[in-house]
Design a protein around this ligand. Structure first.
Ligand code: NOJ
Length: 454
């Protein structure tokens, strides 16, 4: 067995990272518009004001996706483009933009996968306390209702939140991301709880107001672990590390897969977090837990790398030091292809849902060569190695349904601005010219034979 016949070969982006048109056609401000303008938060004070200008160039981008043979495009909606104040008045031009994009995709046979929230909270909602406001799940419900009513006639697949870990951890705990706050422990867990309830409320709205059956999931991230050897005790140690805290600090909570995914898929906050930090948790009612854990259709995970661990004499995980010269990407992220075997396996065994890799890819310092082409050989090798491991997971019984490469094109890499390139399409930010990189052709060839050439 290899990849399923109907395996979804996709690519992903997010609104603030590619759209640009930050102040056009009635779009409201979001927290990233404001955060970038503060200065000092992003590489050379780069902003997403123009980004890849996909707002005006979506037709060209969809044509490139077609050339690559993509079967699906995962993109996020800008909440403030649709509801400029976050709630209340709907902006028809915002809806029209996404109508055009969706229609262009469908026209080329590319399935749209919508992410409702990829970090760009409407600024008006931030002024009301943002995710700390207990009303925030209600706001998200209202937004999801508009989306369901308007797009569900053509869109079947939805992700509620992208990497809530970064929303909470980087946005409110370390302050590296918008809105750049550093809240205390009690507010930190309150925000987690609100964000997870918002997820539940959005799932509710999508089911209630869609005009046909839709499929719903989430796209979290988190710290992932894999075993140093195939010895059962090392495998168990890696599993334990994946779903438990390695260090009992608030900072580590953000990256603990179980803090986000146990409530959503298993209906409970993890014991170890409650034991360590229970006194800072809001009071959680059974009704709230039922809301958070409303049944979903699939499990998505953004996966980039994993830490290797082995078991100590008590079966507890200990990190294995990486050898000197270990392969790494331009952002110094380790290259660990086996994570695309172990993470899907552990996550599937625990949460038992059809599985999507909702992001995977790498930053590389690409440029246009003398021959006019972009030879991103490291990315080609990266994708080749990682996809082989994903296939191994599928062969081993993980119900893998799809893979979304991050990213379709170079884009605004948050605090790193435009200094890091993750795309399979090269973007010249001065001319907005696009060039397919070698990896785009590699991926096209993989897609054409459903991964048989890996
Ligand atoms: C995670 C995020 O979802 C995406 O926005 C980001 O660009 C990539 N990973 C790479 O860091």
């Amino acid at each position: 067995m290899s990849f399923r016949k109907d395996f979804v070969w996709g690519g992903a982006t997010a609104s603030y990272q590619v759209e640009g048109a930050a102040y056009e056609d009635g779009k409201g401000l979001n927290i990233w518009d404001v955060f970038c303008k503060d200065g000092g938060h992003t590489y050379e004070n780069h902003t997403g004001d123009v980004a890849c200008d996909q707002y005006h160039r979506y037709k060209e981008d969809v044509a490139l996706m077609k050339e690559m043979g993509l079967g699906a495009y995962r993109f996020s909606l800008s909440w403030a483009r649709i509801l400029p104040e976050g709630t209340g008045k709907v902006n028809p031009k915002g809806l029209a933009y996404y109508d055009n994009l969706i229609n262009a995709l469908l026209d080329k046979g590319i399935e749209p996968y919508i992410t409702l929230y990829h970090w760009d909270l409407p600024y008006e909602l931030h002024k009301r306390g943002g995710w700390l406001n207990p009303e925030s799940p209600k706001w998200f419900y209202e937004y999801a209702k508009v989306v369901a009513e308007h797009f569900s006639d053509r869109v079947t697949n939805f992700f509620t939140l992208n990497e809530p870990q970064c929303t909470v951890g980087l946005g409110y705990q370390t302050g590296e991301h918008a809105p750049g706050l550093r809240v205390g422990a009690a507010d930190y867990f309150r925000i987690w709880h609100n964000v997870l309830m918002a997820h539940g409320r959005a799932a509710e709205a999508l089911r209630e107001f869609s005009v046909r059956d839709v499929k719903i999931g989430m796209a979290p991230c988190g710290a992932l672990y894999m075993p140093a050897t195939d010895a059962p005790e090392d495998i168990e140690a890696a599993r334990k590390a994946t779903f438990g805290l390695m260090n009992p600090t608030i900072g580590d909570c953000s990256w603990d897969v179980a803090l986000c995914c146990d409530p959503v898929y298993l209906g409970q906050y993890p014991e170890d977090i409650l034991t360590q930090f229970g006194q800072f948790f809001p009071k959680v009612t059974p009704e709230e837990m039922a809301l958070i854990s409303r049944p979903l259709d699939f499990y998505g995970q953004n996966i980039y790398n994993a830490v290797t661990v082995k078991a100590d004499e008590n079966g507890n995980p200990v990190r294995v030091k990486r050898r000197a010269g270990f392969p790494q990407t331009a952002m110094s992220w380790p290259v660990t292809p086996e994570c695309l075997y172990w993470a899907p396996k552990f996550l599937y065994e625990r949460y038992r849902k059809p599985f999507f890799v909702t992001e995977n890819g790498m930053a590389s310092h690409d440029w246009i060569g003398l021959d006019g082409k972009v030879h991103d050989s490291s990315r080609v090798d990266f994708m080749h190695r990682y996809l082989r491991e994903l296939r191994r997971a599928a062969e081993d019984g993980v119900d893998v349904r799809g893979y979304f490469a991050w990213s379709v094109m170079d884009n605004f890499e948050w605090a790193y601005g435009y200094s890091e390139r993750f795309g399979m399409v090269y973007v010249d930010y001065e001319t907005q010219e696009r060039t397919l990189k070698d990896s785009a052709y590699f991926y096209r060839d993989v897609i054409a034979v459903n991964g048989e050439n890996l």
